[in-house]
Design a protein around this ligand. Structure first.
Ligand SMILES: [Zn+2]
Length: 341
């Protein structure tokens, strides 16, 4: 049998549905922001290339969250750096052949810059719009995240922002953050409010053992989420429930899970291998935090081909299936149907 022609994963039109805005900022971009701030005497932080050496991708749950709270959030802390880094993230996805991206971010007030949470979301949306003008092949939407540590009042605040910015491109809400913290059942009324407003729902699901109790997973499934992220530590009966939900999206992040040692074993052991053939759920490979884990979406697809031996037609079919679970409307779905191989 003749060898199949190699797929060029960078030119292959791709969909990215699980990408945290701040975690997607490249080290190069962080370094550029740091250089400008240092020259202006605005920061005494260390060079990001020293804090996050190029080539270091083994951040685990103990080192990952502090990297943001003690460093990146202190560097990207004003309007200028927020807009610059957001534009850079969108352009980097476009350069990697991504044609549709849903970025997600937890609204945060930037007190030094006099920016409240609403101003933050507005600035992110403005920067996304500006970046799309420079990279018209890519269309982007925004998901607002509730942090697991949030109070119910803060969660309602996130929903209020999502509702307020729906016309500007906010399509959904998410729950994310340190899986060892918080109790998601608190957020049930907030999720109900979001759904009633027509917002879609995607949730970080069984990301770590600490966030994989049957009680937590059943609570999340009772919300009837549109998509689930990670889906790692899932007991068999919950797996059966997910498999029975036709059309639910599963955002699977291979490199992140392997580098952060969130799964046992390497790529071959990733649960992508278990889910991609299952009828019903739609598996979408995603990067999670490409700035931290260093593997762009084109490389995630290459890893899938390498470790799970998918044929060309299977890869292209799987990539196109992702269109079914995006949170944009029918016009965008039609554009992607016309565009994707
Ligand atoms: Zn995530």
């Amino acid at each position: 049998m003749a060898e199949e022609p190699d797929l060029d994963f960078k030119s292959m039109p791709k969909i990215e549905l699980h990408a945290h805005l701040t975690g997607s900022i490249s080290r190069k971009c962080l370094h550029e922001i740091w250089e400008v701030k240092r020259a202006a005497g605005e920061t005494d932080l260390e060079d990001p290339l020293i804090v996050m050496p190029p080539g270091r991708h083994d951040y685990d749950l103990k080192t990952f969250f502090p990297l943001f709270s003690t460093y990146i959030y202190n560097l990207v802390n004003d309007l200028k750096s927020l807009e610059y880094s957001t534009k850079s993230v969108v352009k980097n996805f476009a350069e990697d052949g991504v044609v549709y991206v849903e970025l997600r971010t937890t609204p945060r007030a930037m007190t030094v810059a006099g920016l409240d949470k609403s101003g933050y979301v507005e600035a992110v949306l403005r920067a996304i719009k500006a970046a799309q003008l420079e990279a018209p092949s890519l269309h982007a939407r925004l998901i607002l995240s509730i942090d697991r540590r949030n109070s119910i009042e803060e969660a309602h605040g996130v929903i209020a922002l999502a509702k307020g910015f729906q016309e500007q491109g906010v399509v959904a809400i998410d729950i994310c953050g340190d899986p060892t913290k918080g109790d998601v059942s608190l957020f049930t009324p907030a999720i109900e409010e979001a759904k009633a407003a027509g917002l879609k729902v995607t949730i970080h699901f069984a990301e770590a053992e600490a966030s994989a109790s049957e009680a937590e997973l059943n609570t999340i499934l009772s919300w009837l989420p549109d998509r689930l992220g990670h889906v790692i530590h899932v007991p068999e009966d919950i797996k059966r429930q997910i498999a029975a939900r036709t059309g639910i999206g599963l955002e699977l992040c291979l490199s992140c899970n392997v580098h952060a040692k969130m799964i046992v074993g390497s790529f071959e052991a990733h649960h992508f291998g278990e889910w991609w053939r299952v009828d019903g759920p739609v598996v979408v490979p995603c990067t999670d935090d490409v700035g931290v884990f260093g593997s762009p979406l084109s490389n995630e697809w290459r890893l899938i081909q390498e470790h799970f031996k998918l044929q060309r037609a299977e890869i292209l079919g799987l990539a196109r299936k992702g269109i079914d679970v995006i949170f944009a409307g029918d016009d965008e779905k039609s554009r992607l149907i016309g565009l994707m191989w």
